[in-house]
Write a new protein. Structure first.
Length: 285
């Protein structure tokens, strides 16, 4: 397998812009595709702002920032992705939208291109079979914030070629990140263990085991977690956790993946965490 030299990123939201940034930082030509010129411009601005923060914090010098940004191209059509060695999908967590996007890119991508999805909960096989190259589709699950978090889950399907897996692992290492290999099950390794933990924390609070603050402090001080489960829930977004939990419950049909009533009610009430200003904690004060 040849070395990955050019990367396409589908979607330039929080995750897509982070993935693009680490690819640019590694010296890779990076083409970012969004659905409109306005979204593409906003995505570019998000990437540039993140690089500026890295310069201010002394993580990168101005020359390095400028050099990295020379490799960035944004687009709305899929044609500019035609020569990318690797195309990473980081759009909305919706199966049909992801399928349609891969079909469109599959029509223009070169035959040797590898496709990857950053999905955190959907299984990859159902995406792979929508393309003409199921043996060349793999999961690359980055973690938020991408420039900071060093882990990437490399997810292989029943159809994934061994050489594609090896190429994906080498690509992750080229980003100065660490890869772990996972099977194609909903949630992979991290979310399969993390989501039930977060849901159990909500159930513990519902059952009067402790307050939100005390449960958080207990897990921080007693288990050396960097943040407690409710702080993490608010950071990730309660709507995101609710959506992922439902997908995983549909997959496994086990109670530990079922969203507690309180989580559903908070999402219905718009209390989504940091992004809405209020979740288990109030961020408006």
């Amino acid at each position: 397998m040849h070395r990955i030299q050019s990367v396409g990123v589908l979607g330039c939201g929080l995750m897509g812009s982070g993935i693009a940034q680490v690819c640019l930082r590694a010296g890779l030509t990076t083409v970012v595709r969004e659905l409109s010129d306005d979204l593409a411009a906003a995505g570019r601005a998000r990437i540039e702002s993140s690089f500026e923060q890295a310069v201010r914090r002394g993580k990168l010098d101005a020359a390095g920032r400028d050099q990295a940004l020379t490799g960035l191209r944004t687009c709305v059509d899929v044609e500019p992705l035609a020569q990318c060695d690797l195309v990473i999908e980081a759009i909305v967590e919706d199966l049909e939208e992801k399928r349609k996007t891969f079909v469109a890119v599959d029509a223009v991508a070169k035959k040797t291109a590898i496709f990857a999805s950053n999905t955190s909960s959907l299984t990859l096989t159902q995406l792979a079979m929508a393309t003409s190259r199921p043996e060349r589709l793999i999961g690359l699950h980055f973690f938020n914030p991408v420039p900071v978090m060093r882990l990437v889950e490399v997810v292989r399907t029943l159809a994934t070629d061994d050489k594609v897996v090896a190429c994906a692992q080498a690509f992750v290492r080229s980003l100065d990140k660490e890869a772990i290999l996972c099977g194609d099950n909903s949630g992979f390794i991290v979310n399969r263990l993390l989501v039930p933990y977060l849901l159990d924390a909500i159930r513990a609070f519902e059952n009067g085991v402790g307050t939100v603050e005390d449960i958080d402090r207990g897990m921080q001080l007693g288990c050396a977690h960097p943040m407690g489960p409710f702080t993490l829930l608010d950071f990730v977004g309660l709507d995101t956790v609710f959506y992922i939990a439902n997908i995983m419950f549909d997959e496994y049909r086990e109670r530990r993946f079922a969203p507690p009533p309180l989580l559903k009610q908070m999402v219905q009430a718009g209390r989504l965490g940091r992004k809405s200003g209020r979740g288990f904690y109030d961020y408006n004060a």
